[in-house]
Design a protein around this ligand. Sequence first.
Ligand code: CP
Length: 314
Amino acid sequence: MKHLLSIEDLSRQDIEELMGLADNFSEVLTREIPIVPALRGKTVVSAFFEDSTRTRASFELAAKGLSANTINFSSSSSSTNKGESLRDTVETISALGVDCFVVRHASAGVPEQITKWTDAAIVNAGDGVHQHPTQALLDCYSIRKKFGSLEGKKIVICGDLNQRVARSNILAFSKMGAEVVVCGPTTMMPVNIESWPVKVESNFEAALEEADVLYLLRIQKERKGKVLLPSLREYRTRFGLTLERSKKLNPNAIIMHPGPMNRGVEIDPEVADDPRSIVIDQVTNGVPVRMAVLFSVLGSKTQLDSLINENGAN
Ligand code: CP
């Protein structure tokens, strides 16, 4: 894999292989010294032109866990504030000898555009409303860890479907054999939703009663979350996972959210801390999954077994 731009570029087999690699790296992360020299000598830059907490931190830990050098680039404290163009910024960082750019940007298509300006590998860490492929991969991994497989699982995704997590996750979940049901305000449904591999359910309570996985999407107040809704209170009334509604969810079901959560909007505070919630596990699982992605774009598969076993013997 040269780049990771979209879940569309991955087959089910590719996703299975990444999950297998993530299992290896999960084991590495339990060691006293949770590092393997898999990317020693490589340099990974986190180029974030939009805010992030978990994606940015977990890519950094992932790169360090593989012994890569890391550079953190943040648009708020860089020469982009002095008017430097995106292309000049990329070419400048590239000239420092970077092997991989992890890119987050508010505009769809920027990671793909950057592939034209550098020979480095590009990993999409979220581009506008388009894709957030590593979120989808860590979510597949989290479900697989809970249930063994996604095959045949009913995954209900509720909220604003016009966002990158929804696009990436629907594609990934359906590729992995899950049945995906979507639910949310009509103003937040993509116009072409009929062509997506999903069933649309207007009644949230009917949908959640059947769910193995309830995946709540964030209301993006910084994008169009405000203008597409009469009010956040109205959203909570119709689509929020309130304590009352959570009682209708199967005891063995799991609750997921990509974060950051709007407690009291898409999820009530006490439900966010329900034992069925795996929101914190999702964050933890982001590190081995992102190690797997970085290794796939930069590493040598032939060295993997020896690297993992060598270090384990120490
Ligand atoms: N889920 C997610 O992308 O979170 P951050 O914006 O904190 O990275």
